[in-house]
Ligand binder design. Structure first.
Ligand code: ME8
Length: 515
């Protein structure tokens, strides 16, 4: 763990229900970014977890006739299981009910409480509360009298609470965002946040007495900590705020908090102010992605549009799942899931695109060269593939560093398209008919196989299993995970003489089905 460690987090979902493909979208996007940075040889710390306190979870437990602790203990493994099937390479998984986290919540509360400025004070509050958001709304924030996010009725709630003096942070937040133009992405979200801050910030309550499923306040145990104050602190728990100052100094501030667009104000207003109040630095960047809709509508249990990731994983496999969502939807905007588009994308880009390229090249090396990669004798086989791959990898890198995940994959698939076209132009299957063309045939197949090697490295962050399979089919030593960019993307890395094997098809075709 060094000073340059790239620290990236996801939001931690409530465990009042099982995951749907919207939650998984965030998990996959974050993992794609984390794995890409790892592929560049960087040290990564990737954290995810579950948000287990608060009324949302307590009510779910009650509805199932369970204690909150039994309920969250039964749910957390269901989330981890999905992350496992999605090949999410997290380094730490925080459950907010863990003692290490509860200790951090208390430590953070104490730091703010004792900062000498009365940033926490006792007051009373009456307002309209959305249980799903765990947040109060004003009348004008409601949409047709309903919560603007969940479109569900709000409840009139009245409590004596401790408050956090958010109003005192208006200027500091504005100064922070002025000095750090890319601290909130995309820019549409930044503008939203700035206009909320400029509109004036209200203090928010950080404790509850109406239920007890939470962390008791260290100075008044009759109150439990507000779930958002508790949940946001997970990011510093994982970094060692509680018990490892040296590690914390290396990891904090986080490089990226990846979150959905509905929770921007908590991350870009509450959280930086809470950190400032505790004498800590705000995160470097909050990146808010869009929502996955189904049939053009928000996913919800009530209209039965909620899709569990397993439904898709069982049919398409993990790699195709990961690829589809990152390639189909412009990251930062809302996107629609449909079975048709997923089948089409799978067949076009994976089965016919990359899969077909790999199987053709490996089959030809096997039948024309007995599975031993030929040396690239050059005559007659000048290829633009070295230039094409170099240019595509450069664009891939730029897009990935800017979290432009869709065009990043587009750049990689430019390589696939060019390599398939190259084979059509060179027609190695025709060259193979005349021994006089052996040199050219060797050069063509070397160029195609070297392109495949580069593709294996490039796709590893998005399709780890297919990349590993391709790497071993090409007879490459070691693990593709250790083939770091940019060096491993340079042309000529494939050693002639390598033993190739044509394994199982990387991406079997999927047929359209009546849903
Ligand atoms: O907000 N499409 O938890 P959560 C894309 N516990 N992303 C979606 C989505 C969809 N249809 N639905 C939800 C919470 N998400 C808090 C977070 S973090 C300190 C505490 C995203 O279970 C959502 O935007 O409601 C959020 O980033 C994540 O899933 C968890 O949502």
């Amino acid at each position: 763990m060094g000073r340059d460690t790239f620290y990236i987090t996801t939001a931690i979902p409530y465990v009042n229900d099982v995951p749907h493909i919207g939650h998984a979208y965030e998990g996959v996007a974050t993992d794609f970014v984390a794995r890409y940075h790892r592929q560049r040889g960087e040290e990564i710390f990737h954290v995810t977890g579950t948000d287990e306190h608060g009324l949302n979870n307590q009510r779910a437990a009650e509805a199932h006739g369970m204690s909150p602790q039994d309920w969250v203990d039964s749910m957390a493994p269901k989330w981890r299981e999905v992350w496992g099937r999605l090949d999410i390479s997290y380094d730490d998984f925080i459950r907010t009910t863990e003692p290490r986290h509860e200790a951090v919540v208390k430590k953070l509360l104490t730091a703010v409480h004792d900062n000498g400025t009365d940033d926490i004070y006792l007051g009373s509050y009456e307002g309209l509360y959305c249980v799903s958001c765990e947040a109060y709304y004003t009348e004008d924030e409601l949409k047709d009298g309903l919560c603007p996010i969940h479109e569900r009725p709000v409840e009139l709630a009245k409590e004596e609470n401790y408050f956090f003096r958010l109003s005192a942070y208006t200027d500091r937040l504005l100064a922070h965002y002025d000095a750090h133009p890319s601290a909130i992405e995309p820019s549409s979200r930044r503008n939203e946040v700035l206009s909320v801050i400029r509109g004036g910030l209200q203090d928010f309550s950080i404790s509850r007495t109406s239920f007890d499923w939470g962390v008791p306040l260290p100075w008044d145990e009759t109150h439990v900590c507000y779930v958002w104050f508790d949940a946001l602190a997970n990011y510093i728990t994982a970094a060692g705020y509680g018990d490892d100052p040296e590690r914390f100094a290396q990891l904090w501030p986080a490089n990226i908090h990846m979150i959905g667009k509905d929770i921007v104000r908590f991350h870009a207003i509450y959280w930086p102010a809470m950190l400032m109040a505790a004498g800590l630095e705000p995160p470097t960047q909050v990146w808010a992605h869009g929502f996955i809709n189904v049939g053009g509508k928000k996913m919800s249990k009530t209209n039965a549009t909620s899709i569990h990731p397993f439904e898709l994983l069982d049919r398409f496999g993990t790699d195709s799942y990961r690829y589809y969502f990152m390639r189909e939807i412009r990251f930062g905007e809302d996107g629609n899931f449909s079975w048709e588009s997923m089948v089409d994308r799978h067949n076009a880009d994976l089965a016919n695109g990359l899969g077909n390229l790999a199987s053709r090249v490996l089959a030809m090396v096997e039948s024309y060269f007995d599975g031993v990669l030929p040396a690239p004798v050059v005559e007659g086989a000048e290829s633009d593939l070295p230039a094409v791959t170099a240019d595509a990898l450069r664009r891939y890198d730029e897009h990935m560093l800017a979290i432009q995940l869709q065009p990043a994959l587009g750049a990689v698939w430019d390589i696939v398209a060019r390599a398939n076209a190259y084979l059509v132009e060179k027609q190695p299957w025709k060259l193979a008919k005349d021994p006089a063309n052996a040199g050219e045939l060797a050069a063509v197949l070397y160029a195609a196989a070297e392109t495949l090697r580069i593709l294996a490295v490039a796709i590893h962050p998005i399709m780890p299993a297919a990349a590993a399979s391709l790497w071993s089919q090409l007879g490459q030593p070691g693990s593709v995970a250790d083939a770091h960019l940019p060096a491993a993307g340079a042309w000529g890395g494939l050693e002639p003489g390598a033993r190739t094997t044509k394994g199982e098809s990387l991406f079997p075709r999927v047929e359209h089905e009546a849903q």
